[in-house]
Each structure stands twice: as structure tokens, then as C-alpha cells.
Design a protein around this ligand. Sequence first.
Ligand code: HEC
Length: 351
Amino acid sequence: MNALRTLALAWAVMSAVELAVAQTGAALNPVRGKQLYYDHGCYGCHGFNGETGVRRLVGTGSSTLESADAFVAFLRLRADAKPLLPSATMPSYPVTALSDADARDIYSYVHTFVLHEPDPKGIGTLQSIVDSAKAPYTSVATAQDKVTDAMARLNVLLPREAEQTLALSAAPEHLRANASVYVYGAHGFERVHRGTNGFVCLVNRDAFLYGDAHFKPTCWDAGGEATYVPVMLKVGEMLAARESAEAIRTAIDSGFESGRFHAPDSSGVAYMLAGDVDLDPATGLVRQASPGHYMFYANHATNAQLGFTPDAKRNDPTLPVVSTAGAGGAHGLSYIIVVPGQAHAHDHPKD
Ligand code: HEC
């Protein structure tokens, strides 16, 4: 068979598939597509049924949703733009991150979405439910809702390069080039660069454990790599597998019990110089949610020991504070957090 005929045949097969997709919405593999829709974090921004989130994927009349070709082309749109930092305007999915076949299966799944939007007018109770659902984190939301919501927001695959840049932005400049880097993928964190200076950087996603959806780019020293990092990797693995927060807590606890995880026995530093980072699905922007800071392994230090008071901290944000909020915090993976600042510079005598 000559090349031209092969090509013609392939085209004919493809057209038939296209046609079937257009007619039934199911000729490809929507079941696989569903899994991929979760694996690639589409649901994080578009909702579980494409009906919520930053942009509806159903009932909009958008031409992007009318053919698999247009759909795949749209996913590739930003492939060459390579934004420096991820922004929540639709990320780029180059063919290296999402194959054509996978993208088409996602398309066939998205095509099964049905718009269920009720017409609530005149139904008082329903309208009030709709209204309260529009205001996130009102008193109606329980702590459990908050954790679940934070998990969905954090379980998002960012474009790899952007994730890597974000991870390294936690370190002081002179440590970035030779640090090891992990990025978050469909199965949790995977190492993409093996460094030589003993530092390990990744965009930590454990904030859901305390009900936050902040991404936390962090770079740990070698002591942290042996102690904190294995716990953060475990959290990432289980988050990617969509395990419950309860299951994740249990796994952390039993890891410490079995000796698989352990707190450091000497002091050390983890850098979070980019601060906590918010990915705002409404505006599509990444913004700093807390100032950059140094974190020193606290080895069971307490705020009382530091003389910490909330009032004093309000007056002087550079004061150190102990944090035990993250994964393993109860088992000694705590930090003394210090926000660098100019506040005390004038106190130092010049000699
Ligand atoms: C970080 C948030 C985010 C993620 C993750 C995300 N999207 Fe989007 N998506 C958006 C935003 C915002 C828009 C609309 C604005 C734009 O064009 O950037 C959009 C638009 C789209 C559109 C165009 C809709 C239209 O009306 O034309 C499609 C199709 C789409 N996304 C599919 C996907 C698929 C498939 C995935 C997973 C592989 C995905 N998105 C992951 C944020 C996201």
C-alpha cells in the first residue's frame, strides 16, 4: 500500500469517527475520556459536569465544543506561548502532555455533558440554594466542604514548565539552578531534575489539610529532603489518586508510627520565598497569598517559647511564629516561620 493510499485511508477512518462523534457524541471512548478529564485536572476549573467553574463546557454554543478538531486545536492554542507562571486562563496542553487520542477521548466525554440548569424563578427555596451556592465559603459551608473544595482546587496539573518555574521561585536565586525539582503529575509528584546542591523544590499541595487551597512552592535543604519531603510526596500521591483527606491523615500517622517517616533531628531551613500562591479560577491569575518567608525546622518548638502573641505579630509581621498546620505537623514536621523584613534594620549599630 503506498503512502498516499494509507493517508487517504486514515483520513477516511478519521472522518467516519468524526461523523460518529458529531452524531452520537460517543464514538470514541468517553469512559477513558472521563478518567483523563480527572487526571488532567479539567474538573478543577470546569466542574465535574462541565456546568460550573470558570467556563461552562456545555450549552454555550461555542464552536470549540462542536468538533473534536476544534476542541483539540483549542487545547494546543497556548502550547507555544509558554507563560512564565501558570495562570488560570486555560492552561496549554501540548501534545507532549496530552496526546491527540487522549484529547479526543476527553472531547467525547465532554460531549456527554448535559446542562441541568434549573429554572429557579418562582421557586423560593431553590433560588436561595442557588444564591448561597454562588457565595463561596459562607457560613453554610462546613469545614468538610472546605477541605473537599480545597482538594479539588489543588489537584490540578499545571503546565510542567510553569510548575517547575513556580517550584524554583521558592528558593533564593543562587540555589535555583542546581536544585532538584519535582512537578505534580497524574500520579503525584515526579522528579524532573536531579540537582547537586542538596535542595529539593516542589509546589507543595498539602494546604487542604487545614482547609486552604493555596499552592506552596517550597525548597527544602538536605535534612528536609530526608524528613519533610517524603511526607509531601505521599500527600501528593494520595491527592492525585483522589483519596479522602481522612485517608491521607491516616497514612501520614501510620507512616510516622512505622518509622517510615520521621522528624529531623537537627535544625535546617526550607525556603518559601515566593510565599503561598493562589490560583484564582475566576480571573485566571496567580497571585501571592502570603509574603515570602524562611522556615526553620522547629523540632517541637512552641509559640509560647518564642514569646509569640497575635497582637505583637499584627504590629510586627516579621516576628517568628511556629506552624504545625501542614502534613506531619503533629509529628514534629513543624516550622518556625520568619518573614524577612527591613523592620529592625535601623536597630543594628554600624561597626
Ligand atoms: C486552571 C484552570 C483550567 C484548567 C485546569 C482547564 N481549563 Fe479549560 N478553560 C479555562 C478557562 C479560564 C477557559 C476560558 C477562557 C480561556 O479561553 O482561557 C477555558 C476554556 C476551555 C474551553 C473552551 C470553551 C469554550 O467555550 O470555547 C475548552 C474546550 C476547555 N477549556 C477544555 C479544557 C479541558 C479539556 C481541560 C483539561 C484537559 C481544561 N479545559 C482544563 C480554565 C481551565
